[in-house]
Design a protein around this ligand. Sequence first.
Ligand code: PGA
Length: 271
Amino acid sequence: MSRTNHRIPLVAGNWKMNLDHVEAIHLLQALALRLRTTDTTKVEVSVHPPFTDLRSVEGIIGADELPITLGAQHCSHLESGAFTGEVSVGMLRRLSVKMVLVGHSERRELYGMTDEVVAQTAGAVLSGGLIAVVCVGETAEQRDAGETNEVLTRQVTAALAGVPKGAEASVLFAYEPIWAIGTGVAATEVDAQVACAHIRSVISSERSASVADVMRILYGGSAKPDNAGDLVAQEDVDGLLVGGASLDAESFSAMIDAVAACYGSPAGNGK
Ligand code: PGA
């Protein structure tokens, strides 16, 4: 399957709480070797290591001029102060971080991140000049109860409340059904398409059709080399947020290759 599109696909690797900075260097080096044969004009690649790895990863990306965007997994919505354990947008920017995951379901479920804090964090990321990847998605129970669209509408609308008008170009959404994360059971490409199309329609009604048309929407949840191509072949799936499979250079680069292969002409030349 192939598609052309004006939205450049993104393959984002969310390392979660895996790999210390020495292991991170090894993974980056292995990935760099493999990316030499990948057409990175067709696909953007980001990695989101733990905070303690950022400086080492930044050093390698900079020194070797790797076509990899440096990302973080989370940050505070506040600028500074007595917030033990938190990291600010400004601190990330000083480390050349360009992109931050906001409201991953693990932050929402395990650390009580509310829709309101997700919106405030997205706002803080944008005002710091970074890109926000806002994660949304339903639980298995919500899915079984037929509430997927309702949950997505609520989460997307709430997050957009933190996005100033005109700043939408620096926002991506990632549809990550919670039942698919780390389970080995990915959404089918049809379900991923339906959910991503719904997210786009919410953006369109909250903002405008043209804003929705350029905003990238990723799928995440047990994305692997063997389903990557089928997922991004869908009209409204503009890339992947990858957890487990991003910890292995071979599988992550195979996914990047699958996404690049799916885009028939260089990104930017499409529809
Ligand atoms: P997974 O995680 O690919 O391991 O399912 C995805 C994510 O949580 O971003």
